[in-house]
Design a protein around this ligand. Structure first.
Ligand SMILES: *Cc1c(COP(=O)(O)O)cnc(C)c1O
Length: 453
């Protein structure tokens, strides 16, 4: 491979850019999402050899296929080693069924995998340029804490995270407000939508240009790329024979996790089927059934709250991968090959009631503790396996730590899952944050005063 991979916009109205550019910009100027113009392949021999590699080495091997023309090998090795310093348990459930726990990172959700890598990659590019970057992000909970943790302590980057004061849990708030240093948390007296609107306005405000604002949201290709890695990891560790196929069940909201899986399949992981399991926000399973895409507005509030999405932001990428075109509003201008999508993906919506029953059932049957997001994935897998004659190696993704949902688990199972160490420490830490009203002028005042603090 000598060809440089370039990144185009799914709206096809922006120039091709390098990985660096796609990473710093986040979104393409025409409001599309960046996609690689080539998806590199990894040979089955290399996939076989991953069986003996630690996670961080698999991460290096996979991401280097995209980055080798842009980042020096030893730097990428250093970054992956630093970022992936925690376990990725593959828990055997029964027969050929497994659960992959992506919840051992510092904020105990799978978002750590992507956020940490993206932050280090951004830092790699800014540290030599003597340029201070300001990451401005709005969050409804999990993303903000993962991203804040990921950018913590990186010099030349500061981060401002806006959250709706009354809509985040105490634990989520503490994950953002106890870091300090280069992380500034801002509590907004309003809703998540207000925070997001204020952030959007800041990005289009020319007077804030000196701040070098950058976003760190889920549409950044730098966040997608690390989400291809654990599919290679699970497959190479669990397969018993050459070319055995695998089923992955992915609890999905904005479909970034699933996109990582679809790319890993193009790269060479022999996936028999992806299960795209959603909660009651069922616009995607309905789309696969009917061929008509209708976003859900407003989205439904379900117990798997990180998946309460009525129009998944990564859908434009998925449609693009199958030859179609969807604009930023969710309008499909060119139909993708929907039969090919149906062949690769089985999609199902799981109600809150079913998710709760699944948590109970999995515990009684297998002694396995799932939280609401992982339960949606597991229910999706069980549902698919019940209707296929082709049971094969199956891996369901558990995307958050059960201890993040103490009320729900106590109600359903009458147990209190133990907090991971990173979260135990939170209780005694001191919080600092700013409070502002949901008024763009206030945010602007605050941002322009940052340098004088
Ligand atoms: C964000 C999130 C999801 C959904 O992932 P997407 O990439 O948005 O589909 C699932 N579970 C948890 C715990 C999450 O935080």
């Amino acid at each position: 491979m000598t060809k440089n991979i370039r990144y185009y916009s799914t709206n096809h109205n922006s120039e091709l850019v390098s990985f660096k550019e796609a990473l710093i910009r986040g979104q393409a100027p025409d409001k599309g999402l960046y996609m690689p113009d080539t998806i590199p392949e990894i040979s089955s021999d290399i996939i076989t050899s991953m069986k003996d590699m630690p996670y961080h080495e698999i991460a290096f091997t996979v991401t280097n296929e995209f980055l080798r023309e842009e980042i020096a090998e030893d730097e990428l090795r250093r970054i992956t080693k630093e970022v992936y310093d925690y376990d990725v348990p593959l828990e055997h459930v029964s027969g050929k069924k497994y659960v992959m726990r992506l919840d051992q990172g510092p904020t105990a959700s799978f978002k750590d995998f992507a956020a940490r890598m993206m932050a280090k990659l951004m830092h790699y590019y800014t540290k030599d340029e003597n340029k201070k970057l300001t990451i401005l992000t709005a969050t409804s909970g999990d993303t903000g804490s993962a991203v804040a943790n990921a950018f913590y302590d990186l010099d030349d980057i500061r981060m401002v995270v806006l959250f709706p004061y009354k809509e985040v849990s105490e634990r989520q708030r503490k994950q953002m407000t106890t870091l300090g240093g280069n992380i500034t948390a801002v509590a907004v007296d309003g809703k998540f939508d207000d925070c997001q609107a204020m952030v959007k306005q800041a990005f289009s405000d020319p007077e804030l240009e000196p701040l070098n604002l950058s976003s760190a949201n889920s549409i950044n290709f730098g966040r997608l790329l690390p989400q291809t890695v654990y599919y290679f990891y699970a497959y190479s560790k669990l397969r018993e024979k050459e070319n055995e196929k695998v089923i992955f069940s992915v609890p999905s909201g904005n479909f970034g996790d699933l996109m990582g899986g679809l790319i890993s399949k193009k790269m060479g992981v022999p996936v028999y089927k992806f299960i795209a399991a959603t909660n009651e926000n069922d616009e995607f399973p309905r789309f696969l059934k009917s061929g008509k895409y209708v976003p859900l507005k407003p989205s439904k509030d379900c117990i798997s709250n990180a998946m309460n999405v009525g129009h998944p932001s990564n859908l434009a990428r998925l449609i693009d991968l199958y030859g179609g075109q969807m604009d930023e509003k969710g309008k499909i201008n060119k139909m993708p090959d929907i039969d090919a999508i149906r062949k690769d993906i089985f999609s199902i919506s799981i109600s809150d009631e079913e998710a709760r029953a699944t948590i109970k059932d999995a515990y009684n049957k297998y002694g396995m503790i799932l939280e609401p997001h992982g339960a949606v994935g597991w229910a999706g897998l069980e549902n698919f396996l019940a209707q296929t004659k082709n049971p094969t190696l199956s891996v369901s993704l558990e995307t958050a730590h059960p201890a993040k949902f103490p009320e729900e688990l106590e109600k359903i199972l009458n147990i209190k899952p133990e907090l991971p160490r990173s979260m135990k420490d939170l209780e005694n830490k001191e919080e600092t944050f700013e409070e502002i009203s949901a008024d763009y002028k206030k945010l602007k005042e605050f941002l322009t005063s940052l340098d004088n603090r």
